[in-house]
Design a protein around this ligand. Sequence first.
Ligand SMILES: [Mg+2]
Length: 111
Amino acid sequence: MTINEYQKLAMTTLNPELDKKDVLINGVMGLCGESGEAIDIVKKWLAQGHELNREHLAKELGDIAWYLAETATALDLTLEDIFEANIEKLRKRYPEGFDAERSVNRSEDSL
Ligand SMILES: [Mg+2]
């Protein structure tokens, strides 16, 4: 499955009653909520004596992917658009791979 095929399939489960603004809001709120669920799994592992629940963490990553797809859809972008733009940004920031000096002193236009 390609990332754009994923986006299409995932969006078949989007509430069709939401307007575009609500899709965007639901998307970014969902990203935060699902990221919080992922953080909670790691928190329990780091600070509460739990085993790292890798299976549960992987499921939360899937939930994050769904909301990422939703947010991209609200912006009329494909996941491929988002991923390619991110790689392009990283190539400019770290042309030779990660570099701590470039990380600390990156330009303002390199958000
Ligand atoms: Mg979840």
